[in-house]
Design a binder for this molecule. Structure first.
Ligand SMILES: Cc1cc2nc3c(=O)[nH]c(=O)nc-3n(C[C@H](O)[C@H](O)[C@H](O)COP(=O)(O)OP(=O)(O)OC[C@H]3O[C@@H](n4cnc5c(N)ncnc54)[C@H](O)[C@@H]3O)c2cc1C
Length: 258
């Protein structure tokens, strides 16, 4: 039986208009949802549990009451969920966040595999999987497009390098981050949604983890909106696609784009 953990982050909906107001990031009233990349991580974790036997625990580090992502993971089929939350953890850099998540993974105990999404769509560093692996001292297999558990008890992944694939093997326990190629995330079932709605999600703070607040060394002193772009739109008319294409090509040459 494999003990699998999947880390999920709660982020603003990708359709939300994110702006900086008074030096703070704001997404208005837009709902918070599971980080879209993490649905693929949940899918990978559930596939592994189904194929090889095991349990999947969803783990999230967030503010008090931020359980939407965890409920989504439960509705997809995860057996358990844990929220790590403490007022002392309000603003963390990657290394600090990795220390806290690693402590939670050790608190769950006897974990074989930890799945991550490729990156969080809000702060987008994509560094947390490797950082958590480093703190745990486990191998990090990142950008995995497929995952296979080997007969010798290890794991093999195919890493997506953009221009090719790379096979990598490692012993368990290991940390694996996945890409979209892992497979379309399943829809939450009706029963899953009901189970998730009733779930009492345990909250672990620093005391439960036996941890001091980790040092935060990276800061982001100023946040700003990107400079406004001046855009003018011109519709090119013509009697045939060929004429329109010729006019477009002339304009692109005149503007020295081509
Ligand atoms: C505007 C802004 C800028 C920042 N810039 C930096 C910076 O330059 N350097 C730095 O060290 N930190 C930075 N941070 C802090 C950083 O966002 C946090 O450390 C964050 O919790 C983890 O990084 P990430 O969101 O980029 O996750 P990523 O590393 O992009 O996420 C990868 C995967 O990790 C998992 N994951 C991410 N967050 C959580 C979570 N809270 N709970 C469970 N699983 C999670 C998910 O599976 C996700 O798919 C910044 C934060 C903000 C708000």
């Amino acid at each position: 039986m494999l003990k699998i953990v999947v880390c999920v982050k709660q982020v603003p909906d990708t359709a939300a208009q994110v702006v900086v107001e008074n030096g703070q990031v704001s997404w208005g009233d837009a709902p918070l949802v599971i980080n879209p990349w993490d649905e693929f991580a949940v899918e990978a974790a559930l596939q592994m549990a189904q194929e090889h036997g095991g349990t999947v625990t969803a783990l999230s580090l967030g503010k008090e009451g931020e359980t939407e992502a965890l409920k989504h993971a439960l509705a997809m089929g995860c057996k358990e969920a844990v929220l790590v939350s403490d007022p002392a953890l309000a603003s963390l850099d990657n290394v600090a966040a990795a220390r806290v998540l690693a402590a939670a993974i050790q608190n769950i105990g006897d974990v074989d595999v930890v799945f991550f999404g490729r990156q969080a769509v809000d702060s987008d560093t994509g560094m947390l999987p490797a950082q958590v692996a480093r703190v745990l001292g486990w191998p990090a297999l990142t950008q995995s497009a497929s995952v296979t558990v080997l007969d010798d008890g290890g794991v093999q992944v195919e890493r997506d390098l953009g221009e090719g694939r790379q096979q990598v093997t490692a012993p368990l326990p290991a940390v694996i981050s996945v890409t979209k190629d892992i497979g379309e995330p399943r829809y939450p079932s009706f029963m899953g949604i009901r189970k998730a709605a009733r779930a009492q999600i345990p909250v672990w703070g620093l005391a439960e983890l036996g941890l001091e607040a980790p040092a935060v060394v990276v800061s982001w002193p100023e946040l700003m909106n990107p400079p406004k772009r001046e855009v003018t739109t011109e519709m090119i008319e013509g009697d045939s696609p060929q004429e329109i294409a010729e006019k477009l090509a002339d304009k692109l040459l005149a503007e020295k784009v081509l």
